[in-house]
Design a protein around this ligand. Structure first.
Ligand SMILES: Cc1c2[nH]c(c1CCC(=O)O)Cc1[nH]c(c(CCC(=O)O)c1C)Cc1[nH]c(c(CCC(=O)O)c1C)Cc1[nH]c(c(C)c1CCC(=O)O)C2
Length: 358
């Protein structure tokens, strides 16, 4: 299949995009969430010199860390631009810091619904221009070796961080908002959706070849809550991006939704218009395929903890996984991000294991 290479080096490895569109592939494509991350010594070296968000905001540094896993691992079939989902709250005027060992911290989270009015929606996407610059630079530097994935956090996940002020085991404040202020919750989710759509379109204009939407906090939601505060906005994002790309005469790109813990709503996810649905490791590949049907690509879903096993065990688990998903409409990945202590050779075993399977 031909993909748009306008203004960029020609894409040589089309496995990821082929799989996303349901075309035949010679080998199952593989990439890993957080593949540019702390398990890599070369990433740690960059982080020792630069603050996390400085890396995100400096196109040369973001490009460098995006390319690091590709240099080390020959079997990777995709790259994902180095950034974070929390750059959106920053662009809306909130302060977000990355505290080593603790994760993201908002010194002043949203304390009440009236503070929604203080968010600076106007100009938010232009304040994210640095992400576009990083994407364009990286797309050139990759030189068509593999496609470049762009991404965003989904509205509910971003709202959760903005209310909790960081990661939360319970999401107690967010859940209080859902009960006490349903109208304001939907107002905020709609605001985030508008920004996300324009942000993703900007990423495509800049050179992103596939887009992934991370609904990482879906594990806090019941099926009913998912249908209320997540699914409608995820669907609006898919439709909004498609429409705006069309209006701007830009080529369409495939999109992936990854709702961690959203395995209870795969039937709902299958109706949202995404080419690919990402699965965490709690979902059985065969059951998932039955629910979503034949016309959607599945992505996932090895437990990141399995990468602490021996290379032989990793290869065997990977082979089992690939056999369950099958070669058609499948992109191999972990069921969530790779963790910081993962041995370097585990990535070799996993990515090689995928290409050797079937
Ligand atoms: C929830 C979320 C965040 N960020 C992201 C999500 C969604 C995916 C998921 O569910 O994991 C997305 C993200 N964050 C990062 C990427 C880069 C691209 C990639 O290689 O996948 C991506 C796609 C870099 C990062 N984002 C972060 C790091 C580590 C921080 C560091 O380098 O000090 C990296 C490489 C920090 C981060 N950023 C965030 C958290 C909760 C943390 C701390 C947790 C942790 O430490 O792993 C918010």
């Amino acid at each position: 299949m031909e993909y748009s290479n306008k203004d960029f080096p020609v894409l040589k490895n089309t496995r990821l995009l082929d799989a996303a569109y349901g075309k035949e592939v010679d080998k199952v494509p593989v990439w890993v969430m957080r593949q540019a991350g702390r398990y890599l010594p070369e990433f740690q070296a960059v982080r020792a010199k630069h603050d996390f968000f400085t890396v995100c905001r400096t196109p040369e540094l973001a490009c460098e860390v995006t390319l690091q896993p590709l240099r080390r691992y020959d079997h990777l079939d995709a790259s994902i631009i180095f950034s974070d989902i929390l750059v959106i709250p920053q662009a809306l005027g909130m302060t977000v810091e990355m505290h080593p060992g603790q994760g993201p911290v908002f010194p002043s989270p949203l304390a009440s619904p009236s503070e929604i009015d203080e968010l600076q929606e106007d100009g938010a996407v232009s304040r994210l221009a640095y992400v576009g610059k990083a994407i364009t630079l990286t797309r050139h530097k990759i030189d068509g070796k593999v496609p470049l994935i762009g991404f965003t956090g989904a509205p509910f996940t971003l709202m959760g961080y903005m209310i909790e002020g960081g990661g939360s085991k319970t999401m107690s404040k967010t859940k209080e908002w859902l009960e006490k202020y349903p109208k304001d919750v939907h107002r905020l989710l709609a605001l985030l959706t508008r920004v996300i759509i324009d942000y993703l379109v900007m990423q495509v204009e800049s050179g992103a070849q596939l887009l992934q939407v991370f609904e990482s906090s879906a594990d806090h939601l019941t099926r009913e809550q998912f249908a209320d505060v997540s699914a409608p906005y995820l669907k609006d994002i898919r439709e909004g991006v498609q429409k705006k790309l069309q209006d701007k005469n830009l080529d369409q790109v495939p999109m992936t939704v990854f709702a961690k813990g959203g395995g209870h709503s795969l039937d709902v996810q299958a109706k949202m218009g995404y080419e690919t649905i990402g699965l965490d490791w709690t979902v059985d590949p065969i059951e998932a395929r039955k629910i979503v049907g034949e016309d959607i690509t599945l992505q996932g879903n090895l437990d990141p903890q399995d990468l602490y096993k021996t290379p032989e065990e990793i290869k065997s688990l990977t082979r089992d996984m690939v056999q369950k998903f099958g070669k058609r409409r499948y992109i191999a990945n972990l069921g969530h991000g790779i963790t910081p202590q993962t041995p370097l050779e585990s990535m070799t075993a996993f990515t090689e294991g995928v290409h050797e399977a079937i």
